[in-house]
Design a protein around this ligand. Structure first.
Ligand SMILES: [Zn+2]
Ligand SMILES: [Zn+2]
Length: 192
C-alpha cells in the first residue's frame, strides 16, 4: 500500500555532500516533523555520478530505478530543470510526481556558515518530502505554530513575475508544518 511505502523513508547520500552525523541529525529532524507518518528512516550511501550538474528528473528516475521506494536523495551536484524554459534553471530541490523520490542539492544553498548550510538543506528537504506526502505550496507566507514560516511556504513573486523561492525564504522557514498542512496530513494519511 501507498501508506506503507511512504512510511519507510530512505535518505540516500550521493557521494559525500554532508557528513554521516549531519545526515543522522537530518533524519531525526525529519522524523520529528512528520511524526507518526514515518516509521523508519534508513540511510543509504551511493557512489556519486561523477558529474558537476545533473538533470533533476534523471536523478530522481535513477534513484527510483536503482534504490526504489520512498527516497530523499542528497547531492552536491547542481540540479537542473531544462524542461520549463529555454535557459537552464537551477533548483534547490525537486520532487518527481511519477514516483516517490525527492532530491535536494547542497550546491545553491551553501553559506560560509556551515550550520546555516545544513539548516537550509533540512528546510528544503522538509519541503520536498512534504510534496511526497501530497502537500502543495503556500504562495505568500504562512506561519507555523513555532512562529517561523511553514516549510511549504514558497514566498512571493520574484522580479521576473514568477513565483519562486529564494534563500531568504528558506531561511525564514521553520521545521514545523502549519496547522493547515498538519490537517491535510492527518486526513490523507490517517492510519486505519
Ligand atoms: Zn515545492
Ligand atoms: Zn503549511
Amino acid at each position: 500500500m501507498e501508506q506503507t511505502l511512504l512510511s519507510r523513508l530512505k535518505l540516500v547520500r550521493i557521494g559525500r555532500p554532508i557528513s554521516r552525523p549531519e545526515l543522522a541529525a537530518m533524519g531525526a529532524h525529519i522524523r520529528e516533523a512528520f511524526a507518526s507518518l514515518l516509521q523508519s528512516i534508513k540511510m543509504v550511501d551511493l557512489e556519486p555520478p561523477g558529474v558537476d550538474r545533473i538533470e533533476a528528473d534523471l536523478l530522481t528516475q535513477a534513484l527510483d530505478h536503482h534504490v526504489g521506494g520512498h527516497i530523499l536523495g542528497i547531492t552536491d551536484a547542481d540540479l537542473l530543470d531544462s524542461s520549463t524554459s529555454d535557459s537552464f534553471q537551477y533548483m534547490f530541490g525537486c520532487k518527481d510526481n511519477r514516483n516517490h523520490v525527492a532530491v535536494v542539492s547542497t550546491r545553491r544553498i551553501a553559506s560560509p556558515d556551515a550550520t546555516r548550510s545544513i539548516t537550509r538543506l533540512l528546510k528544503v528537504a522538509l519541503h520536498e518530502l512534504g510534496h511526497n506526502f501530497g502537500l502543495t505550496h503556500h504562495y505568500g507566507y504562512v506561519s507555523a505554530p513555532d512562529g517561523a514560516y511553514c516549510p511549504m511556504t514558497k514566498g512571493d513573486y520574484n522580479r521576473h513575475g514568477e513565483r519562486s523561492y529564494t534563500r531568504s525564504v528558506i531561511d525564514a522557514r521553520g521545521f514545523r508544518f502549519c496547522d493547515g498542512c498538519h490537517g491535510f496530513l492527518r486526513l490523507a494519511h490517517k492510519s486505519s
